[in-house]
Ligand binder design. Structure first.
Ligand code: RP5
Length: 170
């Protein structure tokens, strides 16, 4: 995973606690790619590679990332630990665990004590996609090209509903 595509001048870092999170996090990568947001992808584990967390936090600051999207499952301490090591905003994605359907991941990520925030998204694929859309929206405050692509995405999404033959317009 760590040899996955590293794009030129990444604006968003996408990290996940395990290769097993990739299927979920693929949704975030797809959205970032479709919206033309340069990103890099890493596997970083709070418990298996803890020494890499401060290094990555410093890298995110040095490269001036807009944000880090961090997906993890189970006792999902990766987003909170990363947030402790960097001022770059961390968007947490709770990966759906087998044992508790991701409720453990959600609570681990969302219940940060005051002082070190993690923005927390929905469990699973929807959360991964929305974290990427949120990252794009942050970038869109200063990047006109991303803003235009995000607006076009939302317009197409709206049109998709309106074009639905089961939608009667009332
Ligand atoms: C977490 O533990 C990962 O984020 C993953 O969701 C979960 C299980 O990891 P594996 O045992 O599948 O590597 O660290």
């Amino acid at each position: 995973m760590n040899d996955l595509a590293v794009q030129a001048a990444p604006r968003v870092g996408v990290v996940m606690g395990s290769r097993s999170d990739f299927e979920t996090m693929q949704g975030a990568l797809d959205v970032l790619r479709d919206l033309g947001v340069p990103y890099e992808v890493r596997v970083l584990s709070a418990h298996r590679t803890p020494a890499l967390l401060p290094t990555y936090g410093a890298r995110a600051e040095r490269l001036n990332f807009t944000c880090i999207i961090a997906g993890a499952g189970g006792a999902a301490h990766l987003p909170g630990m990363l947030a402790a090591f960097t001022r770059v905003p961390v968007l947490g994605v709770p990966v759906q665990s087998r044992a508790l359907s991701g409720q453990d991941s959600l609570l681990s990520i969302v219940q940060m004590p005051a002082g070190v925030p993690v923005a927390t998204f929905a469990i699973g694929a929807a959360g991964a996609k929305n974290a990427a859309l949120f990252a794009a929206a942050m970038l869109a405050t200063t990047d006109e090209a991303v803003r235009a692509r995000l607006d076009a995405f939302r317009a197409a999404q709206t049109q998709g509903v309106l074009d639905d033959p089961h939608f009667d317009g009332h």
